[in-house]
Design a protein around this ligand. Structure first.
Ligand SMILES: Cc1cc2nc3c(=O)[nH]c(=O)nc-3n(C[C@H](O)[C@H](O)[C@H](O)COP(=O)(O)OP(=O)(O)OC[C@H]3O[C@@H](n4cnc5c(N)ncnc54)[C@H](O)[C@@H]3O)c2cc1C
Length: 397
């Protein structure tokens, strides 16, 4: 039996951040995860500016950014035309590198037990976690951050409500240009050119020396199009997005094409004494909308900086304390906007109704105007000898 203040079940993105934050502030923490090193996993592969901002509040951003690749400049194309070249704010990083880098920031005082949590019993004072190696951990609070794994929650009487089954599909591969040393763009987001393609966008961004591609869309796993994409990536992609050929040029896929379907779900019955759920363990969001990692980061930051230190300051761990996290307006706003974006992007991509077609063109016009203004400003600044620092074309306004 190991006694501790906080037992964290799951050392993925969310759990590792909370372990590092609490460990650094001197809280007695036990982290439980079966993997000594987080294994290769196709998940979130880049962090945008907003995600980095949240990470900064956890004190872990510097380590993560050192392990990531900054894209520096990012092109955006809509309807087959480059509409904007803007200063990049994306950092490419493989998911396992992200998690293992954060784990590397967990101080030595945190006990890491390499096992699975098999059962949890809870009360308003003490929680008991039973592990696959026969050990038990007694904690004041259990943080459940075990991602998509549903078993533990079920044992606590929690259920998962599927909000949208097979909501989207994420596709990942490494792309190499053929017949030339590099692509014309440092990074590119190419939005789909027609609703019939059922693809939201392709994003290409550097990770180390490789150009990583993430393609997000709305197709069933049994759709023959996915098989065609695996067999003939360039041909299939250019047929679905004809304007991409002129921007991307010939390319080949240098590793396997990975596919991951994603369901949107939310947990019910989660408000219980002594236990709190975060990240995917609480609810998923759509990778295409780019908000899954933001939700996990936001949950971890709010728990690690605000709620858990406050809860530990007084005896007991009743639902009055736990509900403060689920009612946190910052968390609620993040969760609600993630869900709204998931549905909005889907409609924007596949809906052939007039309002959605109009919205696609409005987005095109808006981005084209922004891109032109930015380019003109860049040119003017480059000509002005008084403002050499502003001479960066594509600088954010
Ligand atoms: C294909 C794909 C692409 C994505 N792309 C993006 C993107 O571009 N942008 C974005 O913002 N989001 C994206 N997401 C979402 C994002 O990756 C996830 O929301 C986020 O990583 C969830 O982190 P987590 O810590 O909740 O879960 P995880 O990182 O999955 O961690 C769960 C951990 O729990 C452990 N565990 C499980 N069961 C037990 C147990 N019984 N006992 C102990 N430990 C256990 C596991 O070993 C694991 O370490 C993507 C997701 C997918 C699937």
């Amino acid at each position: 039996m190991r006694h501790t203040d906080v037992a964290i079940v799951g050392g993925g993105l969310a759990g590792s951040i909370v372990a590092a934050m609490l460990g650094r502030s001197g809280v007695d923490v036990v982290l439980i995860d079966p993997h000594t090193i987080y294994p290769p996993d196709f998940r979130c592969e880049k962090l945008d500016g907003m995600q980095v901002e949240i990470l900064q509040k956890t004190g872990l951003a510097d380590a993560v950014l050192r392990a990531a690749t900054h894209d520096r400049e990012s092109w955006v194309s809509r309807f087959g035309r480059v509409v904007e070249k803007r200063r990049g704010d994306q950092h490419g990083i493989r998911y396992e590198t992200l998690v293992n880098t954060i784990r590397g920031e967990i101080p030595g005082g945190v006990t890491f037990i390499h096992a699975k949590a098999q059962a949890i019993s809870t009360s308003a004072d003490h929680q008991l976690v039973t592990l696959s190696n026969g050990w038990q951990v007694c904690a004041r609070l259990v943080v459940i951050a075990n991602g998509l794994n549903v078993g533990l929650g079920h044992k606590l009487g929690m259920t998962r409500e599927v909000l949208s089954a097979s909501h989207s599909i994420s596709i990942g591969f490494d792309a190499t240009p053929v017949g030339r040393p590099k692509f014309a763009f440092p990074a590119l987001t190419h939005y789909s050119e027609s609703a019939a393609a059922r693809m939201a966008y392709l994003t290409l961004f550097p990770i180390g020396g490789a150009m990583r591609a993430n393609l997000f869309g709305y197709r069933d796993m049994n759709d023959p199009w996915l098989r065609e994409l695996r067999q003939a990536p360039q041909q299939t992609l250019f047929a679905a997005m004809p304007g991409l050929r002129g921007i991307m040029g010939d390319f080949e896929v240098t590793d396997r094409v990975q596919f991951r379907p994603v369901d949107l779900y939310a947990t019910k019955g989660h408000l219980q004494p002594g236990v709190v759920l975060l990240g995917d363990a609480f609810a998923t969001s759509c990778p295409a909308a780019g908000t899954g990692a933001r939700k996990a980061l936001n949950d971890a930051e709010r728990l690690g900086n605000i709620h858990i230190p406050h809860w530990l300051a007084t005896p007991g761990m009743g639902v009055d304390k736990i509900s403060a996290f689920y009612d946190d307006p910052v968390k609620q706003a993040c969760d609600e906007s993630s869900l709204a974006k998931a549905y909005e992007l889907r409609s924007l991509t596949v809906d052939a109704g007039l309002p959605w077609v109009a919205r696609r063109w409005i987005k095109f016009g808006g981005q084209l105007a922004r891109g032109s203004i930015r380019q003109t400003r860049g040119r003017l600044a480059a000509r002005s000898p008084q403002r050499p620092a502003a001479a960066l074309a594509g600088r954010s306004s």
